[in-house]
Write a protein that binds this ligand. Structure first.
Ligand code: PFF
Length: 466
């Protein structure tokens, strides 16, 4: 621990020896841990169900390995080159107001997301505890979830338990905390995902769901499929939230950036598809794939799935395994959000890791409690017609993240120059995808980002429906 504290203390930039991951595996598992989260297990399956099954999956994969890949390589390479979290990384190239704004918007996003993400993490922890101790018929009842989140004290306690776990991990440091937990949780997560998926696809009637998910049907294609897949890809790959700058700054120079990024994207898409194959076939087996159920959206995981588990043999045990899996996914993502925020405080304010973690915990408690109480004590408070948690989600994902990613494109193309990225990538390997990278970062990404921003804002104001 003292070794780590010394190393991370140095990450304020004083001595030039920054904390880092032990090697490629550590980087890949920690970054995959960040990417694989509630977005994969809860959001991807319901979007896939809603936007045409196999067609959505195909569009998603194409986007992840072009647009997503390009954004990831950019953030990681700049992070590794500058050895800084986003604010310092932008400042490295320019001291102008635009660069300041670009750095800070990337840095503030995880500080706003981590609190509400931990509230949902608290709900997952509560479900896990219920499956471990309780009576699954009760969890499967229609009123269980609404009653739980509208009980202020109970929701708050589970949120605080989850927040405490997250802060304890990052207090341990980069290698002994974040990397060690990811190296344990991510392999277990893959095994659990495989077990639950096999169970789900072997239920009678489930094959129709597998087919729906895997076979692309051209008639399911629409422009909204592309828009929804683009938004999901951002969310899922942890792009535009400062994380990849920070984790890039912890990556050793000998790590091959392109192959590590590819492995993270494969890991992330693989788990998303497995989660789809856990949930959609089970919904087909239980409800015959009724569109109303498939479109249940966010409540699919907390209301529909417990019913599916309750109706099946060994359901309690599979419910338990499923929520362990979701908890691991949520913890490793939340630690990446908290780590990135703490790293900004260390780098920019010269704080010790302890102080940075303490301050992050304070932010989580204040903003997270507002989000959590938004379903009980503060249920009368809405912002733009949204509950507080939904508002933070909208503000970060729909407004700030496309802007933050746009600033990254500007930094690479207009300020730093794509040669700088090329030089950083080629320290450890050839830049195999250089042509695609240059095209996407210059032309495709900026256009796509404007489309994401406009469409998600119009969606919230009810002009279009995503
Ligand atoms: N990429 C992670 C996930 O898919 O859950 C983490 C994450 C996504 C955090 C989106 C926050 C967020 F807004």
């Amino acid at each position: 621990m003292s070794k780590v504290t010394k190393k991370t203390g140095a990450s304020s930039g004083n001595t030039g020896t920054r904390a880092n991951f032990s090697g490629k595996l550590g980087f890949v598992l920690a970054t995959a841990g960040s990417a694989v989260g509630l977005g994969n297990i809860w959001r991807f399956p319901y979007l896939t169900a809603k936007y045409g099954g196999g067609m959505f999956v195909l569009v998603y994969i194409l986007l992840a390995f072009t647009f997503g890949y390009t954004m990831m390589v950019s953030e990681e390479a700049i992070g590794r080159l500058t050895q800084k979290s986003p604010v310092g990384a932008f400042r490295h190239f320019s001291g102008s107001g635009g660069a300041k704004f670009g750095g800070w918007i990337n840095a503030v996003i995880p500080m706003l997301i981590c609190p509400y993400y931990s509230v949902i993490g608290g709900w997952v922890t509560k479900y896990l505890a219920e499956y471990a101790l309780g009576d699954q018929k009760r969890i499967a009842g229609d009123s269980f979830f609404p009653e739980f989140i509208s009980n202020a004290a109970s929701a708050e306690i589970w949120f605080l338990i989850f927040a405490a776990i997250v802060i304890l991990v990052i207090l341990g440091g980069v290698e002994s905390g974040v990397e060690r937990v990811s190296k344990f949780m991510m392999p277990v997560l893959v095994i659990l995902a495989a077990v639950v998926m096999i169970y789900s696809i072997t239920r009678p009637g489930a094959l129709a769901g597998v087919k729906y998910m895997l076979v692309p049907n051209l008639s399911h294609f629409s422009i909204m499929t592309v828009v929804a897949a683009m938004g999901q890809m951002f969310y899922s790959l942890s792009i535009a939230m400062g994380i990849l700058y920070t984790y890039g700054s912890y990556m050793k120079k000998e790590v091959n950036i392109e192959s590590a990024t590819c492995q993270v994207a494969i890991f992330d898409s693989g788990i998303a598809i497995m989660a789809g194959l856990m949930i959609i076939p089970a919904v087909f087996a239980f409800y015959g794939g009724a569109p109303k159920v498939l479109n249940a959206g966010p409540s699919l995981m907390f209301i529909t799935l417990p019913k599916v588990f309750a109706s099946m043999g060994l359901g309690r045990w599979f419910g338990l395994l499923f929520f362990v899996l979701v908890l691991f996914a949520a913890v490793t993502s939340a630690i990446s959000l908290a780590e990135t925020s703490a790293s900004t405080f260390q780098d920019e304010l010269g704080w010790s890791r302890k102080k940075a973690c303490g301050f992050m915990l304070l932010i989580m408690i204040v903003l997270g409690s507002l989000s959590s109480l938004g379903y009980s004590t503060l249920s009368g408070v809405t912002i733009l017609g949204m509950a507080i948690l939904d508002f933070f989600d909208f503000l970060t994902n729909s407004v700030m993240m496309p802007v933050a990613a746009f600033m990254t494109c500007l930094l690479v193309v207009r300020v730093a120059g794509t040669r700088v990225i090329e030089e950083e990538v080629t320290i450890s390997s050839r830049f195999r995808m250089k042509k695609m990278y240059n095209f996407v970062i210059r032309y495709l990404a900026p256009v796509f980002l404007v489309i994401i921003l406009i469409s998600s804002v119009l969606n919230v104001f009810g002009v279009i429906r995503i």
